[in-house]
Design a protein around this ligand. Structure first.
Ligand code: NAP
Length: 341
């Protein structure tokens, strides 16, 4: 395992911004993980694990310790019976490749999570979800290195404190566990309706009535491709803001002023699309010369680095949006990509 010094972190974030890592290495298996963490400990350095960098914004001051890039590859399906299968995937596997292979195997459970950028190990951290599916619905166990006890552990899905786009890995136990593999319980069968309206419309237009996992994957890929930029060509971190959930009474008073607010019931209140709020305050397809940042024309939730000089520029642009939404609606948008360190 090679440990490099003074590595630019801009190439480890699809936003293409950030300072330097004091040290950086790649890990390919559980031994590498243990070795990398032991090295950091013996040198009295903090350590952090990353995947594809698609949900990370690095601060300009960089990272003062060891950045561990997870490249643990593994893919195995254990067929329990005719309708149940367990899929174990390495944290370093490209997530969409895992989805693609599971769909090709005729399995349902994660096909609505198609084309989500990044690696597999990142999916439990924010309980990645899209179009009605999220990872907590299928995740059975996680194999991880527990830096608190110095041991490899197996965590059950029910131990992960999953919530709407959240888990213990980004709250109470942030930085504690280094994920090696995840195991999902998938089934052989068909995705269950109702589908999100954009997905349903796709099926109607395409004349699809018998929905297979492959058809749902195709629908999601088509919808995402039509409104989201490809991070391989356009520097962005996907949705920059989480969709806010507000209290019922807050919603009632907002709805009195803005009758057509799109909304959906959520566990703890009412869920609003952040994209709609941003559009209402005039930030759709905005190109900001002062910061070199823009919002993507088809989806204003996506902030694009056109020619930002640094992360400070990105954060200044983000704040303009947050302030405008707060001034008009009294809602404080929360940043979705993690700001590190
Ligand atoms: P969208 O499909 O335009 O939906 C916007 C908002 O409306 C989302 O909050 C979505 O809920 C909600 N919504 C739409 N139809 C709904 C229905 N039938 N029932 C309940 N809620 C409904 O959103 P988008 O921004 O283009 O994103 C597409 C999908 O990718 C969404 O599901 C979004 O949550 C997901 N996404 C996830 C992440 C992540 O996991 N970090 C990041 C970006 C986008 P939900 O948010 O509950 O789906």
């Amino acid at each position: 395992m090679k440990i490099e010094q003074k590595v630019s972190l801009a190439s480890h974030s699809t936003m293409g911004l950030g300072g330097q890592a004091a040290y950086l290495c790649s890990v390919a298996n559980r031994n590498d993980v243990a070795e990398a963490l032991a090295w950091a400990k013996s040198n009295n350095l903090p350590a952090i694990m990353i995947g594809g960098g698609s949900n990370i914004v690095w601060k300009d001051e960089g990272y003062p310790g060891l950045v561990i890039v997870n490249d643990v590859l593994h893919y195995q399906i254990y067929q329990e019976d005719e309708s149940n299968a367990y899929l174990t995937a390495g944290a370093g596997e490209v997530w969409d490749s895992v989805v693609e292979r599971s769909v090709a195997a005729g399995l349902t459970g994660i096909e609505a999570l198609s084309l989500i950028p990044g690696k597999t190990g990142a999916t439990p951290v924010q309980n990645v979800g899209a179009y009605g599916q999220d990872i907590s619905q299928t995740l059975t166990t996680i194999e991880a290195f527990d830096s608190q006890t110095g041991q490899f552990v197996t965590l059950r899905g029910s131990d992960c404190a999953f919530g709407y786009r959240t888990s213990r890995f980004k709250t109470t136990d942030k930085g504690r566990f280094f994920i090696i593999t995840i195991t999902l319980h998938l089934t052989r069968g068909k995705p269950v309706p109702p589908f999100y309206s954009s997905v349903q419309t796709y099926f109607e237009v395409e004349g699809i009535s018998d929905v297979s996992p492959a058809a749902l994957r195709q629908a999601v890929m088509s919808i995402r491709a039509s409104k989201l930029p490809d991070p391989a060509f356009v520097r962005n971190c996907g949705s920059f803001f989480a969709n806010p959930i507000i209290r019922q009474d807050q919603f009632i008073s907002l709805n009195a002023s803005y009758e057509n607010i799109p909304h959906w019931p959520a566990d703890e209140g009412v869920k609003l699309p952040a994209a709609w709020l941003i559009e209402q305050v005039g930030f759709k397809d905005v190109h900001d010369n002062a910061t070199g940042m823009s919002t993507w024309p088809q989806q204003p939730l996506v902030l694009v680095n056109e020619k930002a000089r640094n992360t400070a520029d990105l954060l200044a642009f983000k704040q303009k949006i947050v302030d405008a939404v707060q001034a008009k609606f009294g809602i404080v948008l929360q940043q979705e990509p993690e700001l590190l360190p």
